[in-house]
Write a protein that binds this ligand. Structure first.
Ligand SMILES: Nc1ncnc2c1ncn2[C@@H]1O[C@H](COP(=O)(O)OP(=O)(O)OP(=O)(O)O)[C@@H](O)[C@H]1O
Ligand SMILES: [Mg+2]
Length: 357
């Protein structure tokens, strides 16, 4: 599989990288050793960010994020210095397009012309990359490609942050593709098309993947923050308490009932949005591309009962994605803890298997 690579900041020599997922709510870091089916989880950690530090995929408070990441790294003491991270949000455009047959070199030259049709920014302000999804064998059949354009300003912001904590930025990827890597890490190349849904705090990324390739991707404005706010509104709790009861529940029966009601209401909303995206994909896909199962990840996927809820709402078997499936943790990592946080670590794990080159 061709790995996506937005910014070639490195030399062509495959080396493992430290996975650093800079989410709007939690920073996640993963270090893996080995390769193929022989990987070990060497380091894994997460740290909360204050609200407003990263908004819509943009680092608003550089120094705050830097300090939190620095602290996390000093606790973890990873051995890798080369790091990968990923971006998402309004400054990243991922578009599946059809182009006439071209060699890779011609494609690179023509990409700017193609990109100008789809990218709502000045072309000089974006980095452009592509990945060939499918080449049609018939004469002049052309190719389906993913066109990726990301604002230089944002890519540089993330690269600078990594440099600021003494890491070397190796790959700046896109959340959507990273999630596909995490899925591959857990299961290898799966024949059956699957839906991967990463539900974070402020956004959700949905991917449909077939044989290790993303065939559809969509960002949605849904996430755990929405649920915390709805709990606050319904119960009058402050943000911190609402967040705590959302994650850990409560012994107060009246409050628990209120929260269950809010969770149901919001999950229903999410189910509808996700169903709409899958239906949209299916309206232009061929039946052999129709997904048969769903894997959820991201912190919000750890919400109690969400798997069952989505299974019913989507009519597709839904499971949490354990990107560490089948991998031995290092001695000092508690296996139970690792399993319990693994869905939230999916993107960081996908980044950790990004060998640059
Ligand atoms: N056990 C849990 N049950 C329910 N929600 C949880 C649980 N643990 C964490 N969360 C929620 O998950 C969210 C954080 O998840 P994640 O780390 O995937 O987000 P993020 O990557 O920081 O955000 P984003 O990708 O949207 O910028 C928060 O809203 C948090 O409240
Ligand atoms: Mg995230």
């Amino acid at each position: 599989m061709k790995k996506f690579n937005l910014k070639e900041l490195f030399k062509k020599k495959p080396q493992s990288t430290l996975g650093v997922d800079l989410g709007s709510h939690t920073i996640k870091v993963v270090e893996l050793t080995g390769n193929g089916g022989q990987r070990r989880v060497k380091k894994v950690g997460r740290a909360l960010l204050p609200q407003g530090a990263i908004v819509d995929g943009s680092i608003k408070e550089h120094d705050v994020v830097l300090e939190v990441l620095e602290h996390l790294l000093s606790n973890l003491q990873p051995s890798l210095k080369r790091a990968s991270t990923s971006i998402s949000g309004y400054s990243v455009i991922v578009k599946r397009i059809h182009v006439p047959y071209m060699t890779e070199k011609e494609m690179e030259e023509n990409l700017i012309i193609e990109a100008e049709k789809y990218v709502p920014f000045e072309i000089s302000d974006v980095y452009i990359d592509f990945s060939v999804l499918k080449t049609y064998p018939e004469e002049n059949g052309g190719s389906d490609i993913f066109l990726v354009a990301a604002k230089k300003e944002i890519v540089d912001e993330y690269a600078n942050l990594l440099e600021g904590v003494g890491l070397t930025p190796a790959v700046i990827d896109v959340d959507a593709f990273t999630l596909v890597n995490a899925f591959e890490l857990a299961f290898g190349e799966v024949e059956e098309p699957a839906v991967l849904i990463d539900i974070g705090a402020s956004k959700t990324n949905l991917n449909i993947v077939k044989k290790g390739m993303p065939i559809f991707t969509r960002d949605m404005n849904i996430g755990g923050e929405q649920l915390t706010e709805a709990i606050q509104e319904a119960t009058g709790l402050n943000r911190e308490d609402a967040e705590t009861v959302k994650i850990s529940g409560t012994k107060d029966k009246v409050l628990a009932r209120e929260i269950t009601g809010v969770v149901q209401e919001i999950s229903e909303l999410w189910g509808k949005e996700i169903k709409k995206a899958i239906s949209f994909f299916k309206s232009s896909a061929s039946p052999e591309e129709f997904p048969t199962c769903v894997f959820i990840s991201g912190g919000t996927s750890m919400l109690k009962g969400l798997e069952d809820y989505f299974s019913d709402a989507l009519g597709l078997e839904t499971r949490r994605l354990n990107a560490f499936a089948g991998q031995e943790p290092d001695r000092d990592i508690d296996e139970k803890y690792l399993q319990s946080i693994s869905p939230q670590m999916a993107i960081a794990s996908g980044l950790a298997i990004r060998s640059a080159g």
